[in-house]
Design a protein around this ligand. Structure first.
Ligand SMILES: C[S@@+](CC[C@H](N)C(=O)[O-])C[C@H]1O[C@@H](n2cnc3c(N)ncnc32)[C@H](O)[C@@H]1O
Length: 221
């Protein structure tokens, strides 16, 4: 898989939304990743998306409002930011994720991050939590898209894999109760790759730091 092979159609493969919805509603689902060399299957960490960890709090500390929570999932980060008094909007391609985010008391819209977004160019932070720099399988394209979404003095805040593990571009699909979705592109980005990817996407500033067993990155224009 190369980053250039990613098309808008890939992000809307049949069954992905349905199986992700089932997972958010409590069914056991697995995400299966294939990078052309290795195939890895892991349970979708839905429980992790409902509770804040210490590392999540560090990520939240890097956010200044208004915040666009990109791929907000069931909304734990959006809800926590709202509780901190920051204006925040969650966006997600899965309607059930949007519903659950709203149930947690935060604002959310059903949107694809690569499509039109409200308040383009005015967000102070675009948050990519729980590996969401992987959305679309092309981190440079995602960062470049978010460069237009944030304000001139805005930032992209993300979490990253440990430095030295490299950037892996994978195709993934979901498996749930004997059903299998179409595949979609995803990327896993490590902390040492972020500065190069950010520079290619047109950003000038980038710092990374270890926090409570995870790495976070802050990218500025
Ligand atoms: C790994 S989960 C992270 C959930 C959430 N950020 C959290 O930490 O709890 C990825 C989320 O990104 C959403 N997503 C995937 N592609 C997207 C896109 N193109 N635009 C918006 N959201 C997307 C998925 O539906 C899913 O809810």
């Amino acid at each position: 898989v190369t980053a250039t092979s990613v098309t808008a159609a890939d992000r809307h493969e049949p069954g992905v939304v349905d199986l992700f919805t089932a997972a958010l509603r409590g069914e056991v689902c697995h995400v299966v990743e294939d990078d052309g060399v290795q195939r890895r299957s892991m349970r979708l960490p839905v429980a992790r998306w409902s509770e804040l960890s210490a590392a999540d709090r560090d990520l939240l500390d890097e956010c200044t409002g208004p915040v666009l929570d990109v791929g907000c999932g069931p909304g734990r980060m959006s809800a926590a930011l709202a509780e901190r008094g920051l204006p925040v909007l969650g966006v997600d391609v899965v309607p059930e994720a949007v519903r659950q985010t709203r149930r947690r008391g935060a604002c959310a819209l059903h949107r694809d991050v690569f499509g039109p977004l409200p308040a383009e160019g005015r967000w102070q932070t675009a948050l990519l939590a729980d590996g969401n720099l992987g959305i679309g399988g092309d981190p440079v394209a995602l960062l470049a898209r978010l460069r237009h979404a944030i304000a001139a003095d805005g930032r992209v805040v993300c979490d990253l894999a440990e430095p030295g593990t490299g950037t892996r571009l994978v195709r993934a699909h979901l498996e749930c109760a004997g059903r299998r979705s179409g595949s979609f592109p995803w990327a896993v980005v490590d902390a040492s790759s972020l500065p190069g990817l950010a520079a290619t996407a047109g950003f000038r500033g980038c710092r990374t730091a270890p926090v409570h067993g995870r790495w976070i990155g802050v990218v500025t224009r």
